[in-house]
Write a protein that binds this ligand. Structure first.
Ligand code: AMP
Length: 414
């Protein structure tokens, strides 16, 4: 199978790594990719948001499956363009991707499907926002309605800050605060059948102890030894299947990856948000544990034949990923610095997935984004996987580079 992956972050590197290990994959391409992806796939320049350009590339390569990684191309309708050309594509239509692209749409679908989520108001004016904030009280949760690359949500006890964020967005969703630990649960679906993957947890704040600003994610681990038994079945039954059924009923069937961000509150499991694609950095640990070859699963989602697949097989052990970010991330990341120690990190038993990197002169690798690397390791348990991942991180040299030291620390019982 010839496969083309769209995107260029650590999530796409994880996807490409798994696809490159699948014996049915004869050719692997990625656009635009990054310096790490270039080691396992042939990379091509492309405007990811241009459906016609992506389709032309897929045709030229004779791709038999296109996998769209990030949300922006999905919302822009890139998978619609590829599908219209008769090429199987993993990823929802632009309309179905609104589940991520519009928080108001997601709330409406959840209401229709009776899916448990935070109570909320959609507000368009400062007056409406003030009223909604007053109704819920602190801590305040204010979400930009549109795609904001993980930066659209403000959770604060400061009313002025909440009002200011609301005023800076055209339309906001203001909702009740959900307490309790967060879980990310991914499911692969073809619009009818829903196959949940294993749960993971990510770390959104920049600094140890969940301090500092929100980021795209600073690390992740799987499994969650503390999660209640039966969580996956419960979420399948109360969240994932009803949402997929509701979208089909509305005439916007959702195929691809449905990501449920959940809060396990004292009053039960609630959806914090849906995403329409693999999450980053959770994908790095979830795919590290998947034993079933990936390409066949993604193709079955694209072709509507997921119901015919054997149950997915998983590694019983654990996986941990630690993000190495550049100096100044997330506010003002500095780029263009050389990265050293990549081979040494892998010699320690970790594998290094690249996020924002590019090839520099003489085969060197340069930082090219906020999140630079996702240093990942597996082990018999979380403590073992952590140990290897952090040994790997210790070998990486990046000027001003930063990482959290407490990824999976509590869950590993350390
Ligand atoms: P999101 O971009 O929707 O993933 O939100 C970013 C982060 O904001 C989440 O991972 C949560 O930690 C937090 N968050 C979002 N919604 C809520 C809520 N209703 N209550 C508490 N925290 C929230």
């Amino acid at each position: 199978m010839k496969v083309l992956v769209i995107g260029g972050g650590a999530r796409e590197h994880a996807l490409c790594r798994s696809l490159s290990q699948d014996p049915v994959v004869t050719e692997l391409h990625c656009a635009p990719g990054n310096a790490g992806i270039a080691q396992v796939a042939t990379v091509h320049p492309v405007d990811q948001l241009d459906g016609a350009a992506v389709t032309a590339l897929a045709r030229e390569l004779g791709a038999e499956l296109v996998v769209v990684g990030p949300e922006a191309p999905l919302v822009a309708g890139v998978s619609d363009a590829v599908r219209a050309a008769g090429i199987p594509v993993f990823g929802p239509s632009g309309e179905a991707a609104l589940l991520e692209g519009s928080k108001a749409f997601a709330k409406d679908v959840m209401a229709g499907a009776n899916v448990p989520t935070a109570r909320s108001y959609v507000c368009r004016t400062p007056e409406e926002a003030a009223e909604a904030l007053d109704a819920f009280g602190a801590p305040y949760v204010v979400k930009d309605d549109g795609l904001a690359a993980g930066k659209g949500v403000v959770v604060t006890s400061d009313l002025a800050e909440a009002l200011a964020h609301a005023a800076s967005c055209e339309q906001v969703v203001i909702e009740e605060y959900l307490d309790g630990p967060e879980v990310s649960l991914f499911a692969i679906t073809d619009g009818t059948t829903v196959l949940p993957l294993v749960p993971a947890q990510d770390f959104k704040r920049a600094l140890d102890g969940d301090q500092g600003p929100n980021t795209g994610g600073m690390g992740a681990y799987s499994p969650l030894p503390w999660a209640p038994e039966g969580l996956v079945d419960e979420v399948l039954e109360t969240v994932l299947q009803p949402t997929v059924d509701e979208l089909r009923r509305r005439g916007t069937p959702f195929s691809g990856l449905l990501y449920a961000g959940l809060a396990l509150t004292s009053r039960g499991t609630r959806v914090i948000e849906f995403n329409a694609r693999f999450g980053d950095p959770e994908t790095q640990v979830v795919l590290a544990r998947l034993r079933t070859p990936l390409a066949g699963v993604l193709l079955a989602s694209a072709n509507g034949t997921l119901g015919e697949l054997e149950p997915l097989r998983w590694d019983e052990g654990a996986a941990v990923t630690v993000v190495v970010a550049s100096e100044g991330y997330p506010a003002a990341p500095r780029t263009g610095d050389p990265i050293e120690g990549l081979a040494e990190a892998e010699a320690e038993g970790a594998f290094v997935l690249h996020a924002g990197t590019e090839e520099g002169p003489g085969g060197s690798v340069l930082s090219a984004g906020g999140r630079v690397l996702s240093v990942t390791a597996t082990g018999a348990d979380l403590a073992a996987a952590r140990e290897l991942a952090y040994r790997g991180v210790a070998r990486i040299a990046l000027k001003g580079g930063q990482h959290r030291t407490d990824i999976a620390l509590k869950a590993a019982g350390q």
